[in-house]
Design a binder for this molecule. Sequence first.
Ligand SMILES: [Zn+2]
Length: 302
Amino acid sequence: MVHVLDTMPLGRPGIIAATLLETDEGPVLFDTGPESTFEHLATELSKIGVRPNDVRHVFLSHIHFDHSGAAWRFADFGATIYVHPRGAPHLIDPTKLIASATRLYGDEMNRLWGRFAPIAAERVRILQDNDVVRVAPFEIRAIATPGHASHHHIYHWNENVFGGDVAGVRLGDGPPTPPFVPPELDIESWLESIAKIRALDPAKLYLPHFGLVENSISSHLDALEERVRRWSIWFGDRLRAGTGEPALIPEFAAYAADELRTAGANDEQVLDYEQADPSFMAVSAALRYWRKHHPEQIASAV
Ligand SMILES: [Zn+2]
């Protein structure tokens, strides 16, 4: 039995999920949401008869705050936190992570993400690609899936995949969009990661933003892949023409919002997507990607 728990960041429903799997060893979480929503998550857990200290295993897709921020709270209760090798050092010593997020969010850090504390090294367990953790009756496999972040895992058990951010953001009945964020966006890796999810052919795909996709997983992945390719090309074309970041931010925001409206989203849903997957971050992510991976293909002035 899987429960999709709504963490309700800033009081908004349907943006960030913590996904809970019932096992013989108690409840297992896939991502925790940010620390700012921990108390709300505790309330949601209590509705299904779970206390935070019942959670013994927390599998993180990656360490961005909206996914891992509350992990230290569960670690303090004795949970083991599973993470990609490149994510682990930042959980044990979050100084750099906090500094880079503070550059991005400034005074909003606490309101958006809450508090951060280091996780004791003995509570962190590093998973390599294809490592399996037995949590009876399941075998949960970590699969390295870079693209959104270089240190990203999806998790596979039975017919299920917990897809993290590489599997796209899909809110309400909206379309799947790829969260392009700096500094590790890598289009080629993202496409390979989508192919890995496709090869698993899951019956159920769980998204941290937001919830269960079933029956339409292959069309979800097709639509996601199409956007990863098209958005990357959209940015590449503009960078080749010499358009800089200040002009690109409003232009891309309008492009992404138009696309959502065309797909049937109302204004509220456009705001939800913007909260889950901010368009300004996509601009700096794409700029960095093109400069780092294909500098010869863009204008030298950019
Ligand atoms: Zn992320």
